[in-house]
Write a protein that binds this ligand. Structure first.
Ligand SMILES: NC(=O)c1ccc[n+]([C@@H]2O[C@H](COP(=O)([O-])OP(=O)(O)OC[C@H]3O[C@@H](n4cnc5c(N)ncnc54)[C@H](O)[C@@H]3O)[C@@H](O)[C@H]2O)c1
Ligand SMILES: [Fe+2]
Length: 412
């Protein structure tokens, strides 16, 4: 990246960091059980609600508890269960139609990040009936209140239940992008471990590594605060201690609860302190090929951290200590490398592949452009890179071509 663009990015990030205390972040009110939702809706005076979810979840009976509870308490509910992993503009528009047709007054996003993000985007379209989703793309485009939104995460991954973001995919343009505005933060979270019991091991591992990526990228970035550093450390500690138990024993209440809580804390950390290039590249791969977000992040995380090199040693060494894997007396470099190796080892033990399949060389420049536009100037990454420099990550996850590592960004 040229010096002028670097200076622009760092100035932009500095201004955003200075603005953090002034921005209206909020931590949603938390409920512990899905059975508590009808009472909450009654308290809010909302007797008609749109439940946004996906079909596999509903078919597996995961929403049944909630649906029964709503029925019992006389809350009228309409179900939109067409959300795709990586929710599309069509998903959002279909759900908006249902919301209007049934005179709904509140939203429930029930599922992984895809269902919660879809519900957020529905809220945005209700608040701005004349604006398309594309017109609300980017940061701070939405200022009006959306209908009350209750987020019920069924994966312990995205943290979408606390974040300002909704990530949507335009399937026609093969482009995945973000709406990022404060009114999109859900008003309520239900952190009920039982709705995650059915999450299969392959999704438990990759969505959990997504949560780890949030915590790590927020922690190594330049816009952390005391609060977000503490949140990220707490998430890293809990994920290292619980992810493999949740992977092996899906009905382990304690491990599932800790993972849900960790994902939630990591979500809050990155909502304030941002993510980095792992996410920017993962989103471009999701937009182009539909590669699941958690899988892309799991594979990219150790590769990008390794490539950052010495500029992240100190922070990764701190995280190694938090995770309980640091060697006392060893250098930051040694402990940082240990942290990265342990991520790789966890991936291996949970059968996450080391590389991604199906990347076409001719698509790489466009994906790298998308990643560049997502990451710069917003993400306060340890080392700035432009589209050309980001192209290496697509090659590194696709094939072992031994690109040389670079040093730190002097501007960062
Ligand atoms: N808004 C944000 O801040 C934010 C942050 C990171 C990622 N995301 C987005 O979130 C999406 C990914 O979300 P995700 O990884 O949570 O998964 P997901 O919502 O895409 O779901 C993946 C699959 O898991 C299944 N599933 C979910 N919970 C289950 C359960 N308890 N039992 C059985 N199956 C279950 C779903 O049916 C689906 O088939 C991506 O679009 C990503 O870009 C959003
Ligand atoms: Fe993520």
């Amino acid at each position: 990246m040229n010096t002028l663009k670097k200076a622009y990015c760092r100035t932009f990030q500095f201004l955003f960091k200075m603005a953090i205390p002034l921005l209206p972040y909020r931590d949603p009110e938390v409920l512990d059980r899905v059975e508590d939702v009808p009472e909450l809706l009654k308290r809010l005076g909302r007797r008609s609600v749109l439940l946004v979810t996906d079909r596999p979840l509903r078919d597996a009976g995961v929403t049944a508890h909630l649906e029964e509870a709503l029925e019992k308490k006389g809350i009228h509910f309409t179900v939109y269960d067409g959300v795709c992993p990586n929710p599309t503009i069509d998903n959002i528009e279909e759900a908006v139609k249902l919301f209007r047709r049934n005179n709904c007054k509140a939203l429930i996003g029930f599922g992984g990040g895809s269902s919660i993000d879809c519900a957020k985007a529905v809220g945005a379209r209700i608040a701005y009936p004349r604006r398309s989703i594309e017109q609300m793309k980017g940061i701070l485009k939405i200022w009006r209140r959306i209908p009350p939104l209750i987020a019920i995460p069924t994966t312990a991954g995205t943290g979408s239940e606390v974040t300002v973001a909704s990530i949507v995919t335009d399937t026609r343009k093969k482009h995945k992008y973000m709406l990022s505005s404060f009114p999109l933060i859900p008003h309520y979270n239900v952190l009920d471990p039982e709705v995650t019991f059915t999450l299969p091991p392959s999704l438990t591992s990759t969505t959990g590594m997504d949560a780890l990526t949030h915590a790590v990228e927020a922690y190594i970035g330049g816009s952390t605060t005391k609060k977000t550093r503490a949140l990220a450390r707490e998430a890293v500690k809990l994920i290292f201690a619980n992810i493999e138990t949740a992977y092996k024993d899906g009905k382990n209440y304690e491990a599932r609860r800790n993972m849900l809580y960790a994902a939630n804390r990591a979500g809050l950390a990155f909502s304030i302190s941002y993510v980095g290039y792992v996410h920017a590249v993962a989103h471009s791969l999701g937009g182009q090929y539909g590669i699941p977000h958690g899988l892309a992040n799991s594979v990219l995380l150790p590769i990008v951290l390794e490539d950052y090199g010495e500029c992240v040693y100190k922070k990764l060494a701190e995280l190694a200590k938090v995770a309980g894997i640091a060697d006392r007396g060893a250098s930051d470099e040694v402990n940082a490398k240990k942290f990265i190796s342990e991520i790789k080892a966890m991936n291996r033990r949970m059968n996450i592949p080391e590389k991604l399949k199906g990347i076409r060389k001719e698509d790489i420049p466009v994906m790298a452009e998308h990643a560049d536009r997502e990451g710069n100037p917003l993400y306060p990454v340890p080392r700035l890179m432009d589209a050309i420099e980001l192209e290496k990550y697509y090659h590194l996850v696709d094939e072992d071509n031994g690109i040389e590592k670079q040093g730190c960004d002097p501007a960062g």
